[in-house]
Design a protein around this ligand. Structure first.
Ligand code: ADP
Ligand code: MG
Length: 567
């Protein structure tokens, strides 16, 4: 896993080495300062030359100044390295999300996904910056300080080193527990985001059912769980930080007392003593840093694991290795013995057979839950059939690239999704490079013209999140306008079941009729008007085509269709 992590550094090696180099020099200067103080006290001070002392002070100041500059560079460029890596990871995560299949999304909760792309990656970026380099510098100054302390007084240096096992023990005791706690916090945070996202998204339903109190109870449970997980983390953090602090300050006192004793016995110079005290500070500080890295590391690793899991999730539906772009299709569609089930043990479609000629309209009718929507979702390959095959213009859809196939199928589904933007953006979603005139024309064809003219900002009117400011019929027409712009040879229409008023229904019907002209149209019909318009009608029952024929034929037959039509 670490190798996968370091692979993200590769494009930024220049930045890495710049940052790293500055940090190394900064660490060395940190070590040089105590030595300079020693020379100052032991050699310069006894000479009683004030000018020389001032000069020495200037040199010390210069050392600090250089270090200040280096620290600024390390802080900025180091974080830049982190954010570069974070940005790259976020882009990859988003890119991957674009390709994952409906089957996967069916099982996901939005809030959790959002958390992965935001929070997780932020934590990883933090580790990317503070991880390897901080650890190296910490170890370097730690060992360097120890070597210099040994040079000044080996015995005292050894005494100081007793701090090390204490800190290591702390890390061992608390490190693992911290990892577990962070994993739990992440998971709670996910619950939390999911709850929030669903509540806000469904607030109109919540209020319509006056279920605010119920929602608040659910939310407080997640809120309390999150709090508990965080408190666990803080408890561990408090114990490890305070024990660490105690150990470090304790060692300082021990060094001070023993050092003073050595100075009094003449075994150590005053300058050596002061330098040793300063070095002891440089020696113990990296331990804090190492502990800090160990503290942030689990967070980043937990996030990085989830990130890798996401990237490792393969889309169910992908381009076959030999897939080729579809030519412009005439729109012949054929289902041959198609079987499918969301859950393999519960088939939704069995042995579905039908054929549609280019330009023909085939209406699907049948009881709710019969599998009509599912059957048509297989054509653009949102799901993969478990048996049989589907061809367009005689080519199996699996032989075509997903992109080129889906570009030639227009879909108006039951619940239209609009993006929170302007009407123009939402219509132009059908063809991103559409000109103003083309957008306007598509809007007119979809019978949106009068509505747009009546709106204060016309096409620039903002439709609100998911198009909440539009009526159901208006949203349908935006969806139709999108497909006019897209201009595909094949149409899939899933009629809204919700009752539209007669006027709106007629408008939408007229727009759909216009849209269907010259295109192969597969329509799931709920309205008699639509069914009459169809060339042929397929009655779907229990995952099969039960009856197929024209309205007149089926009505005369007196079967399932005749009964449905009568009802
Ligand atoms: P229809 O459009 O004819 O009303 P659907 O194709 O929507 O029927 O549904 C057929 C069956 O598949 C139903 O039993 C439904 O519960 C189930 N189903 C639909 N969508 C999914 C899904 N995404 N995951 C699991 N089961 C589903
Ligand atoms: Mg349906």
């Amino acid at each position: 896993m670490l190798r996968q992590f370091f692979a993200y550094y590769r494009p930024w090696m220049g930045l890495f080495w710049l940052d790293f180099g500055c940090a190394v020099v900064s660490g060395l200067l940190e070590l040089a300062f105590p030595l300079a103080v020693r020379v100052f006290i032991d050699r310069l001070l006894p000479q009683g030359d004030l000018a020389l002392t001032v000069l020495a002070a200037v040199v010390l100041l210069a050392i600090y100044l250089v270090n200040t500059g280096l620290m600024a560079i390390v802080t900025y460029w180091g974080h830049k390295l982190g954010i570069n890596i974070e940005t790259e990871m976020r882009a990859r995560a988003f890119d991957h999300l674009q390709r994952l299949s409906w089957r996967w999304y069916d099982t996901q909760r939005t809030g959790r996904l959002v958390a992965r792309v935001t929070r997780d990656l932020e934590e990883i970026g933090e580790v990317a910056h503070h991880g390897p380099e901080d650890l190296f510098i910490a170890i370097m100054t730690f060992l360097g300080a120890f070597a210099l302390m040994v040079a000044i007084h080996p015995g005292l240096a050894t005494l100081t080193a007793v701090i090390v096992p204490v800190t290591v023990a702390l890390v061992i005791v608390y490190g693992g527990r911290m990892t577990d706690t962070w994993r739990s916090i992440f998971s709670r945070l996910g619950d939390f985001n999911v709850r929030l996202e669903e509540n806000v998204g469904g607030i109109r339903v919540v209020q319509a059912f006056a279920n605010e109190d119920h929602e608040r109870d659910l939310f407080s449970r997640d809120n309390a769980n999150y709090r508990r997980a965080k408190l666990d983390a803080y408890r561990i953090m408090a114990a490890s930080i305070s024990i660490n602090y105690m150990a470090m300050r304790g060692i300082q006192v021990i060094v001070m007392v023993s050092g003073a004793w050595l100075v009094l016995r003449g075994e150590m110079t005053t300058g050596g003593f002061v330098a040793f005290l300063l070095l002891a500070g440089v020696f113990v500080r990296p331990l804090e840093k190492i502990a800090a890295v160990i503290e942030t590391y689990p967070k980043g690793i937990a996030g990085f694991r989830r990130y890798l899991d996401l990237l490792a999730t393969e889309p169910d539906v992908t381009d076959a290795p030999a897939a080729r772009p579809a030519p412009r299709l005439t729109g012949a569609v054929r289902y041959e013995g198609v079987g499918f089930g969301y859950d393999p043990s519960r088939p939704v479609l069995r042995d579905l057979d039908f054929e549609v000629r280019p330009g023909e309209t085939l209406a699907f009718v049948g009881p709710s839950g019969a599998g009509k929507t599912t059957a048509l979702a297989l054509l653009p390959r949102f799901y993969e059939p478990t048996a049989g095959r589907i061809t367009v213009d005689g080519i199996p859809v699996t032989d075509l690239t997903l992109d080129s196939l889906r570009r030639q199928i227009g879909i108006v589904s039951q619940d239209v999704f609009l993006f929170g933007g302007t009407l123009r953006d939402n219509i132009a979603y059908g063809r991103l490079d559409a000109s103003e005139d083309q957008i306007r024309e598509a809007a007119d064809l979809a019978r949106l013209g009068p509505m747009i003219d009546a709106m204060p900002h016309g096409l620039d009117t903002v439709v609100g999140e998911r198009g909440v400011t539009l009526s159901g019929g208006q949203k349908q027409r935006v969806a139709i306008a999108r497909v006019f712009l897209k201009n595909p040879p094949i149409l899939i229409l899933d009629e809204a079941t919700s009752a539209l008023d007669t006027e709106t229904e007629r408008e939408i019907q007229a727009a759909l009729d216009r849209l269907a002209q010259g295109r192969t149209t597969l329509i799931i019909a709920h309205r008699l008007a639509t069914i009459r318009h169809a060339d042929r009608i397929a009655v779907v029952a229990d995952g099969r085509i039960a009856e197929l024929g024209s309205h007149a034929e089926l009505a005369a037959k007196g079967g399932l269709y005749a009964r449905l039509a009568a009802a």
